[in-house]
Design a protein around this ligand. Structure first.
Ligand code: KIV
Ligand code: ZN
Length: 512
């Protein structure tokens, strides 16, 4: 019999813990709307006790979601649980997710607590969370390195205290599939009241085994998986939603499980995460990488032309990669634009569409064919970044073999217009120098990368930067047919993200 597995998406929480991947509230909200459309069962919207920004984002998401459950993460303290509940209480389906570590290593060195203390704390936290809602998840952090009998004892007590989901995290990505399957079975057979809770797994990818471990666990009986889009997350990331979902979709004989995911929205959602976080998907990434459906070898191309099944185990259109990309030009109308944006997963209001249409026309004047990637840039830059502190008003740069590279920049800083000029060893250096002076920032440029967004000499240049200031790290992304402008947009985007981080300092979060 085919059973359903619940998809718990933690892109907005564990995913946001990827180095530099901070998102502002508007961006989180946009992503949450897309995740709900994608069909996830639970959105872990954030960790409300971590910062006021996190609290606000979780609260806004909770107020907007209609079908999906919204979870807020909390350590086992009353303060954390109060904050989590405060943020999610308006959700149609709120869930409190509380956790404490159960491995000897974590209990001794990190928590400085005995087993009994951890057990009591877990039970009190679950009981306290249950005083707000009957939808409570309990996670035993570092479960895969915990003493199995102690783990089962904690789970039994948490379920008796009211937890309706118990989660087995492989926090440090240490488990091997056979071992993790065995652990899941052990928990299911040695926790007497396990029938009263859903068994969940949460895997990290330190050994590149997150998806394999998650699949091993569902084969052993787990019925909730915690995943992120593009597999982003702490360190090497989490189990990737698209890999897990397409595995059960492609191999039903071996994995007789279904999910609620509309697989055709996988690719647009993956792109949205890239656009928002600036974290580029590696080309050979399964399912959503640029090369995932590209056939290079002649013998493969020949086979695919004769019958795609020869080398393609999934249809690209099943993950939302349309075979023919719709090309829009300067004569395309508002209707065509709206319908293409809808297909890409952007459901814009009339006001937003008006703005995007204007930008689209401006781009179509510079570039003959406007393709999906161009539209994504317009939407991200035009709609999602409206709360930015710094905005580019004007840029003029000079460079060449016989001049000193100079740049004049005009910025809008919270409504105030400022202008300045700078020089450097190239036009980008000159522009960055002038922007740093105008904004009074002192960030260090850790990484700068530039690529073409699409093919063709009129393609937009896409620039990604990684900035560091006072220990904070942010990614910035910008695209434009002019690569100097793209570089400046990326830098300003990075500075805006740093501003957001400065305004929303994350409290010390041991154990995450
Ligand atoms: O990796 C982990 O253990 C976590 C928990 C908070 C579930 O992210
Ligand atoms: Zn995690």
């Amino acid at each position: 019999m085919t059973e359903r597995v619940m998809i718990f998406d933690t892109t907005l929480r564990d995913g946001e813990q990827s180095p530099g991947a901070s998102m502002n509230t508007a961006e989180k909200l946009r992503l949450a709307v897309q995740l709900e459309k994608l069909g996830v069962d639970v959105i872990e919207a954030g960790f409300p006790a971590a910062s006021p920004g996190d609290f606000e984002a979780v609260s806004e998401i909770a107020g907007k979601m209609e079908r999906v459950e919204v979870a807020g993460l909390a350590r086992t303290s009353k303060q954390d649980i109060d904050r989590a509940w405060g943020a999610i209480q308006h959700a149609a389906k709120p869930r409190i997710h509380t956790f404490i570590a159960t491995s000897d290593l974590h209990m001794h060195y990190k928590l400085n607590m005995t087993k009994d203390e951890v057990l009591t704390t877990a039970v009190e936290a679950v009981k306290y969370a249950c005083s707000f809602t009957d939808n409570v998840e309990f996670s035993a952090e570092d479960a895969s390195r915990s003493d199995r009998d102690f783990l089962c004892k904690v789970f039994e007590a948490a379920i008796a205290a009211g937890a309706t989901t118990i989660n087995i995290p492989d926090t440090v990505g240490y488990a091997i599939p056979e071992e993790f399957s065995d652990l899941t079975k052990y928990v299911m057979t040695h926790t007497p009241n396990i029938g009263n809770a859903v068994v969940s797994v949460h895997c990290h990818n330190d050994l590149g085994l997150a998806t394999a471990n998650t699949i091993a666990a569902v084969s052993a009986g787990a019925r909730q998986v915690e995943v992120t889009i593009n597999g982003i997350g702490e360190r090497a990331g989490n189990t990737s939603l698209e890999e897990f979902v397409m595995a059960i979709h492609t191999r039903p004989n071996y994995l007789p499980l279904t999910s609620n995911i509309n697989t055709e929205l996988i690719y647009p959602t993956s792109r949205l995460v890239t656009m928002i976080t600036g974290i580029i998907v590696q080309p050979n990434k399964a399912i959503v990488g640029a090369n995932a459906f590209a056939h290079e070898a002649g013998i493969h191309q020949d086979g695919v032309l004769k019958n795609p099944m020869t080398y393609e185990i999934m249809k690209p259109e099943n993950v939302g990669l349309s075979a023919s990309k719709l090309v829009l030009g300067k004569h395309s109308g508002r209707h065509a634009l709206r319908s293409r944006l809808k297909e890409l997963g952007y459901d814009l209001s009339d006001e937003e569409l008006k703005l995007v249409f204007k930008k689209f026309k401006e781009l179509a004047d510079k570039k003959k064919h406007v393709v999906d990637e161009d539209l994504e840039v317009i939407v991200t830059e035009g709609i999602l970044r409206t709360t930015d502190t710094f905005r580019l008003e004007y840029l003029h740069a000079t460079c060449g073999t016989t001049v000193i590279p100079m740049a004049t920049v005009k910025l809008n800083i919270n409504g105030r217009l400022v202008q300045g000029a700078g020089y450097g060893n190239g036009p980008i250096d000159a522009a960055y120098d002038s922007i740093a002076k105008l904004t009074g920032t002192g960030s260090e440029l850790l990484r700068f990368s530039i690529s073409a967004l699409t093919s063709g000499t009129d393609a937009q240049g896409e620039v990604t930067v990684r900035l560091k200031e006072n220990g904070l790290i942010a990614l910035g992304r910008g695209a434009d047919p002019d690569i100097i402008t793209a570089s400046v947009k990326a830098y300003i985007n990075g500075l805006n993200r740093l501003e957001y981080l400065k305004a929303n300092p994350v409290e010390a979060m041991e154990g995450l």
